[in-house]
Design a protein around this ligand. Structure first.
Ligand code: PMP
Length: 375
């Protein structure tokens, strides 16, 4: 089997699974219990949270909230911040290419009376910074822009964005870093808060983080027993958190080495596939080498994705969340692609466990499939 759908989810590291099993078997106490069994787990969570801040090069102005993943982090952050700070202003900014878990929060906030500006992107999938500069105003309380896009890998210039936002002290800066964390180097201290899922970085599903400045105040979105400073009620997923932390730690240590290696794979495939009449490469710039988005000029991508699956090669069309509906990708439409190209996307997403032989194999099989459809 050849797995090129790592932007949807990754294979957990063996060490992560081993620790998960041990923690479930031995340390099953609820970390919020006040007996010593539970308190030990709680102490371990605190130690790991302190390590996480160090990994992100953040000081004690920040805190870590354990969530069930990026979707929940995005909801808690965006809904919570806008509602809590409504008295300071009514205007919010995001981009047209955000993940649904961000876009749908903003759509909800519009129904609650907020004014939202959705920034355009250029043909490479980068926001137009002059548009951000024009859109931001004294009523703007939040700018939420993803660090790396999940369909094409276009990556935000955090510094440039933060410099614009910082001129408006009432305005907070949030980023969905789900596709960037452990993949591209980010200066996290430029952000007021950010969220991600561990399963994109060889950790487990159903566990993620919201990292925020302590002074960022949020309204509650989840009601219950007030775990995680009242922001994410519900029993903490201790075994998933403790084990998935290893994936964050390991991949952050190897980030530059892995980036270089994966960039080599991406460059190889884009060169090979770029020579094919049938294929259009969707971005010419490699900001985040973990994603290569191509489109078919005349064929249906779902047919090709299925044919590759039948040969044990797994890719996706737009993104896992959207691949089941036949709508054109909102990201590619925002990048100015026509509807056919925006619908017939194949997303090849890498991990550092992929090999050049696998890249050669997918290229060969893809060409054969396209020829057979032609015939
Ligand atoms: N944001 C981005 C950029 C993503 O790629 C994803 C996963 N497709 C999410 C948020 C949501 O992650 P999860 O499904 O783990 O909550």
């Amino acid at each position: 089997m050849i797995y090129f759908d790592n932007a949807s989810s990754t294979k957990p590291l063996k060490e992560v699974i081993d620790i998960f099993c041990v923690e479930n078997e031995k340390n099953y106490a609820n970390p919020s219990s006040i007996n010593s069994f539970g308190m030990e787990n709680n102490a371990k969570i605190s130690r790991i949270k302190a390590d996480i801040l160090k990994i992100f090069n953040l000081n004690n102005d920040y805190e870590v909230i354990i969530t069930s993943g990026a979707t929940e982090s995005n909801n808690i952050a965006i809904l919570g911040y806008a509602r809590k700070n409504k008295n300071k202003g009514n205007h919010l900014i995001t981009s047209k290419i955000e993940h649904e878990s961000v876009l749908n929060c903003f759509k909800q906030l519009e129904t609650e009376g907020f004014e939202v500006t959705y920034l355009d992107v250029d043909k490479e999938g980068h926001i137009k910074y002059d548009e951000l500069e024009k859109a931001i105003k004294k009523e703007t309380i939040l700018v939420a822009l993803m660090s790396s896009n999940n369909e094409v890998g276009s990556t935000l210039d955090l510094k440039k964005s933060q410099e614009i936002i910082a001129k408006f002290p009432k305005c907070a800066f949030y980023s969905d870093v789900a596709q960037a964390v452990c993949k591209v180097n980010l200066n996290y201290s430029l952000l007021d808060f950010f969220g991600f899922s561990f399963h994109k970085i060889h950790g487990l599903k159903g566990i993620g983080l919201l990292v925020k400045k302590k002074k960022i105040n949020l309204d509650k979105v989840v009601y219950g027993g007030n775990q995680e400073n009242g922001l994410r009620s519900g029993t903490i997923n201790y075994p998933s958190f403790v084990s998935s932390f290893i994936a964050l730690k390991t991949n952050m240590i190897d980030i530059n080495k892995n980036f270089k290696y994966v960039k080599g794979l991406n460059e190889f495939l884009r060169k090979e596939l770029g020579n094919t009449d049938e294929i259009e490469i969707n971005t010419s710039k490699i900001d985040n080498p973990y994603i290569l988005s191509i489109s078919l000029k005349t064929k249906s991508s779902s047919v090709v994705v299925e044919a590759l699956s039948n040969k044990g090669i797994y890719v996706n069309s737009v993104s896992a969340c959207n691949s089941k509906n036949d709508e054109p990708s909102h990201v590619l439409l925002a990048m100015g692609k026509d509807k056919f190209v925006a619908r017939n996307v194949i997303r090849i997403s890498f991990s550092h466990f992929n090999t050049i032989e696998e890249c050669k194999k997918i290229k060969e099989e893809l060409i054969l499939i396209l020829e057979s459809i032609r015939g």
